[in-house]
Design a protein around this ligand. Structure first.
Ligand code: NAD
Length: 365
């Protein structure tokens, strides 16, 4: 999320976990397999904590802790605002995903997850593949995002893209009075899994599309395949477009880019788009840029995983749920306007209100 909302790494572990209101943090260590992992359970009011596992070669343990605390908190709000009955959690495995993966490591990780008795359900995140998930699933039943041949929900990216598309249309409705994207000019940053699926929806709307990617050959491939315009990665912020869709990295909405962006709408799939949640959400508001909160409109992936968690997975049901992102987003814009607050703050309030209401209800029943 941002410097302001990140846990202060100066204090001890307890100081850090209490700063963002975490319930529990579990360190998992297995010298035999080389496993070093941290599981962060942020909030379980709505149900068991759910969120993916990230494998990353962190420079140090503090960095890993900081990441898992921030990501798990994000999952609490994403799951709550998406109307799911799961809480927020996340895990990180400290290690290089290209060189340090073994079956034993993931089976060992699965044993730790099993030991939490269902308080945390894991899935894929950066650095983790469905093959790794298969290995985790050999040691625990508390894992989702399994491949389709194992009865799982498979790749969540298409559903994520659909949700982002719904959120973008709701933003267009609010900004232009119509949710048609036809003729609008868009800068799509990152044509990876989600970016490409999103692009397919945008093409059907007859948009004027500009794409960038970290890899030039990927841009070429996409431009040839879809007949869209390629742009150098650092020039994407300078285009005169109606919509900026960040689908690559976090923190691309910051002091520098907000000086350059000329769009009316920011709506994309990337997590943690605002470098500083409050400062940059306020700046968007001041500049009359309608920011569609990332953790609301990119919820399609966890919605897809949720239907696997509750059993009898049905992709159609996941898409139906992701379609509701349109209504959720539009309602959120109305609330932000009504209360004269930025859209990120409005989304946080919406998520917290649901957690509080359902928490009270559960206490009564
Ligand atoms: P991905 O790795 O498949 O795609 C990301 C793409 O961005 C890659 O093609 C990469 O080359 C490109 N990229 C990296 N740095 C870039 C830069 N500086 N400029 C332009 N392009 C750059 O990832 P994905 O699964 O498509 O996810 C995209 C984003 O959406 C990520 O932030 C991810 O956390 C978020 N997200 C994904 C899902 C999902 O279901 N996959 C769900 C929720 C959120």
């Amino acid at each position: 999320m941002n410097s302001q909302n990140l846990p202060n790494t100066e204090g001890g572990v307890f100081a850090q976990i209490s700063q963002l209101d975490h319930e529990q943090v579990v360190y998992c260590h297995d010298p035999e397999s080389g496993l070093k992992a941290i599981v962060a359970i942020h909030n379980t009011v709505l149900g068991p904590a759910a969120g993916g596992t990230r494998m990353w070669a962190y420079d140090n343990e503090q960095q890993a802790l900081r990441d898992v605390l921030r990501l798990s908190r994000g999952m609490t709000y994403k799951n709550a605002i998406s109307g799911l009955n799961i809480g927020g959690g996340k895990a990180v495995i400290i290690g290089d995903a290209r060189t340090q993966k073994t079956e034993a490591l993931f089976r060992s990780f699965g044993k730790f997850i099993e030991g939490l008795n269902g308080k945390y359900i894991t899935a894929e995140d950066v650095g983790i593949t469905t093959q790794d998930i298969e290995h985790v699933a050999m040691s625990t039943k508390y894992v989702a995002g399994k491949p389709e041949y194992m009865g799982g929900s498979g790749d969540p990216s298409p559903v994520t893209a659909y949700g982002v598309y719904m959120g973008m249309k709701a933003a267009a409705k609010k900004a232009y009075g119509s949710d048609s994207l036809s003729g609008k000019k868009i800068a799509l940053q990152g044509v990876g899994h989600v970016g490409e699926y999103l692009l397919e929806y945008l093409i059907k709307e007859n948009m004027d599309i500009y794409v960038s990617d970290f890899y030039e050959d990927r841009v070429k491939e996409i431009c040839n395949k879809y007949k869209v315009n390629g742009v150098e990665k650092d020039k994407i912020y300078d285009l005169d477009v109606d919509i900026y869709a960040p689908c690559a990295l976090g923190a691309t909405v910051n002091d520098d880019t907000l000086k350059r962006l000329k769009c009316d709408i920011i709506a994309g799939a990337a997590n943690n788009q605002l470098e500083d949640e409050q400062i940059h959400a306020n700046l968007c508001r001041e500049k009359n840029i309608l920011y569609a909160p990332d953790f609301l409109i990119n919820g399609g992936g966890i919605i897809n995983v949720y239907y696997e968690i509750i059993g009898n997975y049905n992709r159609e049901r996941a898409y139906k749920h992701a379609e509701k992102i349109y209504d959720y987003t539009f309602k959120l814009f109305e609330q932000a306007e009504q209360h004269a607050i930025n859209t990120h703050e409005a989304a946080l309030r919406m998520a917290k209100a649901r957690i509080e209401a359902i928490g009270k209800l559960k206490a009564r029943l």
